[in-house]
Ligand binder design. Structure first.
Ligand SMILES: Nc1nc2c(ncn2[C@@H]2O[C@H](COP(=O)(O)OP(=O)(O)OP(=O)(O)O)[C@@H](O)[C@H]2O)c(=O)[nH]1
Ligand SMILES: [Mg+2]
Length: 806
């Protein structure tokens, strides 16, 4: 329990000496405003460079409990378009600098990412509400009734947006028979910006009324007629609905909550429905007598394939093709509500579109609606069907699709497997058996890379004449040949040489699969001997130069006897490290949910009586192999809720060969791939989360290979290292994060979320996905919160200052 006066002490510490504390009345809600500080799970870094004088005008600008780095604001401020490059660098290095002057920081990198993000949220809030250094003036901060200066949240009328303080709210709003409306606004339609927030709890209200009263107010706010969508706000097939049409829509299949004002198309024959100019996003009952006639361009398709008179979208065409439905140009189909289809004028049902599980899966993957299985397995009367369609369809809508992308070896498979470990059931016996075989084969693949590299290194060393020191070392090891043939540290005995030749031949002819893993046990002893041989160990030491050898090779090669035995069962770590086990057909997909509610959502739903159902997430990971060859395939992933892009930090000095055989720096290749994804229209407005992976390797490497070897990072100038300054790795990490952030903002005008990851650590992956969840939740309620809390906020991005403007 907090001390009764602990808030005073806390504030006093933040104020300059002698500054007066504001009176308690003004402070009522300053600490419990909607959640905008860092997660309580993490200790936010204190920002020591914020001058205390920032808070001297406390009565007008209360202290922020989460100190803000002014540099971060500066770089995001709309008005600040004159920043020079130097300023940008300053803002980047400032965020590094200040974050690291806090000892908590080292313990918890994640905190800083959260900190930056929440600072953003706070910054935006501050900017909108005028709560801090970025005051936007006094407007909108007075109680509409008593004129009293309001420090923080007020309760806003959902119609006219007048704001009231705690003392006036009940006088101004009375018993709230239609929810949060001033008495004069009762009976009037709500301001549409508040629709998403209707009936959702408010912390402010719970301080003014009792729990039951809040519940009643929320119920009437949600259900009362005056707050519902009005018929003229819904346009179906180009025609405004009438009252009876809207009623029919509600009665047949839609819940009132589901329907938002807007323009829609509706196909009466199939029941497919979508927003005007977009693909179908739900299936309603067919034959509803609502709206006008379906137009050919209703969904803005450009495929020259028509379904019930509507030109379908590319995505629909793609799914039809995958379903092996013949779709030549200018084909006209009729699709009926049970999924049966025929070509126009042929009177011959050709099949049932949703019959196959694979099609249902593809539809769900590409966010196209499908009816529930029962709808076409048992032929029921349409009336009873329509009631059953919706719950399942809306269920499907609750699945949040997350697309996980990254260049080869960035770690996407590892992340995917971790998600499986952390959030779902473990692997089946059959899966484990397959993994065992893959792991056994991989060992031979790793060894062949080592043996081939050894040959090159031997050749090279002999040509360059081995140094006397190495030769001496070798003779101590007793490896110098007696026959006087030239040797070097990379030389092996004839037995190993013979095996090596045989294995490398198998690899070259592509016959390795015919031997391994079948013969794994038989050859295990010689593999073990080869792995332990000094020549191979010397070769392995040069792993940084061996392009095709992953670091995990050591984990398996060192245990080849164990791995090759019949009794071997892959451990969790083995599965995690094993390559090539997530994709059967180039795409891996997993559905999961978190086993708890996030702090954010709990606070947000504090007053709602029904517990919020657990959101489901679907993680979709296309194999990183071959992804980079053009990005046309990205169209398939329309409808994702968020994009998670993984970059390996340790790639900055690596070379990578693209599909045209050109070699380029791997970090640059990752950057270019990221850029193509960020620019893709499929992901417009979708949150992007950048996972900067392999921090462990990065930390090791950065002290040996300077970051500036990558041309994109040429201007990296780390602070001189002294005991209190952040490590080079930390500085470099933030530098890279800022580089990506700047690029992303430049392309999209939006904010990029960055998370530091070590995919080998389950905790790190768990935190990353909780972070993703919070971002989604924040974005979901972004509009709601700001719609309620401030006038200027709806269209603001809070990140609108693009580095391009500077
Ligand atoms: N040291 C270290 N290695 C990692 C980390 N994350 C992944 N790896 C390794 O990096 C290599 C590539 O990771 P994968 O999971 O195969 O990533 P990917 O190549 O993007 O995914 P695929 O396309 O399915 O192969 C593997 O050897 C992983 O074990 C990490 O945080 N630290
Ligand atoms: Mg891989």
């Amino acid at each position: 329990m907090a001390e009764p006066n602990s808030w005073e002490e806390l504030l006093r510490k933040m104020l300059p000496d002698g500054a007066p504390l504001p009176d308690e009345d003004q402070l009522d809600y300053s600490i419990s405003i909607d959640y905008i500080g860092p997660s309580p799970f993490f200790n936010p870094p204190i920002n020591p460079i914020i001058p205390k004088t920032k808070f001297t005008t406390f009565h007008k600008q209360p202290p922020s409990l989460t100190p803000i780095n002014p540099a971060l604001f500066k770089s995001r401020s709309n008005s600040d378009t004159t920043n020079s490059d130097d300023d940008k660098r300053f803002s980047a290095s400032c965020s590094i600098d200040t974050a690291h002057n806090n000892s908590n920081y080292d313990r918890d990198e994640v905190a800083y990412d959260r900190y930056v993000r929440y600072s953003d949220e706070w910054g935006r809030e501050v900017k909108r509400g005028g709560l801090c250094a970025l005051s936007v003036g006094n407007k909108g901060r007075e109680c509409s009734r008593c004129g009293k200066w309001l420090l923080i949240r007020r309760l806003r009328c959902i119609v006219c947006r007048a704001e009231y303080c705690k003392k006036c709210v009940l006088k101004a709003m009375g018993s709230m028979p239609e929810g949060r409306k001033c008495v004069g606004c009762i009976g009037k339609p709500i301001d549409e910006r508040n629709r998403g927030r209707l009936g959702k709890g408010s912390r402010f209200l719970s301080r003014v009324c009792g729990r039951l009263e809040v519940k009643r107010i929320m119920e009437v706010e949600r259900e009362c007629k005056a707050n519902q969508v009005r018929p003229e706000q819904v346009i179906v097939n180009g025609k405004e609905l009438r009252e009876d049409e809207l009623d029919e829509l509600f009665a047949s299949s839609m819940s009132t909550k589901d329907l938002k004002p807007g323009r829609y198309w509706y196909d009466k024959d199939s029941g497919l429905c979508g927003k005007e100019g977009e693909k179908p996003d739900r299936i309603l009952s067919s034959k509803l007598d609502v709206g006008g006639k379906l137009q050919v361009d209703a969904s803005a398709g450009n495929t020259r394939v028509y379904m019930n008179g509507r030109e379908i979208t590319k995505l629909e065409l793609r799914v039809l093709k995958l379903a092996k439905v013949q779709c030549l140009r200018n084909t006209h189909f009729w699709l009926y509500e049970d999924g049966s289809y025929e070509e126009e004028g042929q009177n011959n049902i050709k099949g049932f579109i949703w019959e196959k599980a694979s099609i249902r899966f593809l539809c769900s993957l590409f966010s196209l609606p499908v009816p529930p299985q029962s709808a076409f397995c048992t032929k029921e009367e349409p009336a009873s069907l329509s009631f059953r369609l919706l719950p399942e369809c809306s269920e499907q809508h609750r699945v949040q699709k997350l697309l996980l992308l990254g260049l080869e070896d960035s770690g996407t498979s590892t992340i995917f497997k971790q998600v499986k470990f952390v959030y779902t059931n473990k692997f089946t016996t059959e899966e484990l058996q397959n993994m065992k075989l893959i792991i056994q084969s991989n060992v031979y693949r790793y060894l062949s890379v080592l043996l081939e590299s050894r040959e090159h290194l031997e050749e090279e060393a002999l040509m360059n004449n081995e140094s006397p020191a190495l030769a001496a070392e070798r003779s101590i090891l007793g490896e110098m040949e007696c026959d006087g043939s030239r040797q070097c540290i990379y030389s092996v005995n004839p037995k190993i040489k013979n095996f090596s030749d045989w294995l490398l031949d198998l690899v070259a002819t592509g016959d390795i699969d015919t031997y391994f893993p079948a013969a794994a046990r038989e050859y295990a002893p010689i593999i073990d001997e080869i792995w332990k041989h000094p020549a191979i160990q010397y070769t392995y030491k040069r792993i940084v130069e061996l392009q095709y050898l992953p670091h995990v090779a050591k984990h398996f090669l060192g245990r080849v006897l164990e791995i090759s035995s019949n009794e071997y069962e892959p451990s969790e770590k083995d599965i995690l490290f094993a390559e090539g086990i997530t994709h059967s057909n180039g795409l891996a997909c997993i559905e999961f949910s978190f086993d708890d509610h996030s702090v954010v959502s709990e606070i947000y739903n504090e007053n709602s009586q029904r517990p919020k159902p657990l959101s489901k997430y679907q993680l979709i990971q296309p194999s990183s192999k071959g992804l980079h060859s053009g990005c046309k395939w990205l169209e398939m992933f329309e409808g994702m809720r968020a994009v998670i892009f993984c970059v390996s930090l340790s790639d900055y000095d690596q070379l990578w060969t693209n599909s045209r055989g050109l070699q380029l720096n791997k970090m640059l290749a990752s950057r270019d791939f990221f850029e193509s994804v960020a620019r893709h229209s499929c992901f417009d407005g979708k949150p992007f989360v950048l996972l900067l992976n392999k921090y462990d390797l990065f930390e090791d490497k950065i002290n040996q290979v300077p970051l500036t070897v990558c041309e994109w990072f040429r201007d990296f100038k780390p602070l001189k290292s002294h005991s209190k300054s952040p490590s080079i790795a930390h500085q470099a990490y933030y530098y890279i994060a800022v580089k990506f952030k700047e690029m992303y903002t430049c392309i999209t005008g939006r904010k990029l979320y960055v998370f530091q990851l070590q995919a080998h650590e389950q905790k790190s992956v768990d935190e990353a996905f909780r972070y993703v969840r919070e971002i989604i939740e924040w974005e979901d309620k972004d509009v709601d919160i700001y719609a309620i809390s401030d006038e200027n906020s709806i269209s603001g991005t809070g990140t609108s200052s693009s580095p391009c403007n500077h």
